[in-house]
Design a protein around this ligand. Structure first.
Ligand SMILES: NC(=O)c1ccc[n+]([C@@H]2O[C@H](COP(=O)([O-])OP(=O)(O)OC[C@H]3O[C@@H](n4cnc5c(N)ncnc54)[C@H](OP(=O)(O)O)[C@@H]3O)[C@@H](O)[C@H]2O)c1
Length: 286
């Protein structure tokens, strides 16, 4: 609920999909005055029961002090924003840095204060300490809306470039997707010998925690360009990946996940990085 010294705000929410509905719900929970719009108005029902008002058009929702947009894609969002023309826009639709910068330019031309954001949480996490949202764009607008944005999750401001949140979003999601793909490959592999996910997962979790401990060192090597190692050279890791691909093939499962990494590591070895640390693979990626 709104605490001492905090103010009740009029907030417009465009888009009531899984995420938009969670955002609107958290704002209502915090005591804000929420006006919602969705292409399919029936989805607003549960929010109206909790005190939200339904706008008939995006423009009507955009008369609020601040408007949060959360639609499926930028293509879906473009005509909605053009119709809405809000005063202050917080755009939480996922997209590319270029798409975010394009909306920022449009907003600037229209005299709209613009903050771009990416949600590093699932709808069920919105409004909990597990939710973090990365922002970029107008610092003044972010500062002015910080209180209301804090209701949704921990707000982190990355800078005045509106493309920065999408850049970070895609980079972080890339870590998530490759980790999940590696985990699924591991489950398929151990599954060929009858090892169940419930047996294997605790081992995977403690291993992931050890692996995450390597990241700061890898980051430092990437920053310095000094790939010397007395721990583990790239060539033995590339050879290990060969064993994983071979064993996967023998067990009759797909090899797409380890083969993609092996191909990359092999190229880095061929380029002369065999005795360097794994961090040197970035030279091939670049
Ligand atoms: N769900 C997550 O875990 C999560 C996490 C982080 C970020 N996000 C991002 O949040 C955004 C929304 O995701 P979501 O999970 O809420 O998706 P969703 O449940 O599929 O909802 C999509 C929303 O977009 C609207 N929409 C789609 N096409 C439209 C069009 N042509 N014109 C007008 N409205 C249109 C839908 O309206 P209708 O109801 O009328 O179909 C609905 O409100 C996405 O950019 C997503 O990447 C989601």
């Amino acid at each position: 609920m709104i605490g001492m010294g905090e103010s009740r705000k009029q907030v417009g929410v465009l888009g009531l999909g899984r995420m938009g509905a969670a955002l609107a719900g958290a704002l209502l929970e915090a005591g804000h005055d929420v006006v919602v719009w969705n292409r399919s108005p029936l989805k607003a029902g549960p929010l109206l029961d909790r005190g939200a008002r339904l706008a008939a058009t995006p423009e009507e929702a955009a008369s609020a002090e601040v408007v949060i947009s959360c639609l499926s894609t930028y293509d879906a969002q473009r005509p909605v924003l053009a119709a809405a023309s809000p005063k202050v826009l917080v755009n939480l639709t996922s997209g590319t840095p270029a798409q975010a910068r394009e909306v920022a330019s449009w907003a600037s031309a229209e005299g709209i204060e613009y903050v771009d954001g990416v949600i590093m949480a699932v709808p069920q996490g919105i409004g909990t300490p597990q939710s973090r949202i990365l922002y970029g764009g107008s610092r003044a607008a972010f500062d002015a809306q910080r209180e209301v944005l804090s209701v949704l999750g921990e707000p982190v401001f990355l800078g005045e470039d509106a493309g920065l949140p999408a850049l970070h979003d895609l980079a972080l999601l890339g870590i998530m997707w490759s980790t999940m793909a590696g985990y699924l490959h591991a489950l398929a592999l151990v599954g060929t010998e009858g090892v169940t996910p419930s047996t294997f997962t605790p081992m995977a979790l403690s291993w992931l925690s050890a692996v995450s401990g390597f990241l700061p060192g890898i980051g430092e090597q990437v920053a310095s360009g000094d790939y010397a190692t007395d721990v583990s050279a790239l060539d033995i890791n590339a050879a290990g990946l060969g064993l994983l691909v071979e064993t996967s093939r023998e067990r009759g499962i797909g090899t797409s996940v380890p083969s993609a990494v092996k191909e990359l590591f092999d190229r880095a070895v061929a380029a002369g990085h065999g005795s360097h640390a794994i961090a040197s693979v970035i030279e091939e990626i670049r």
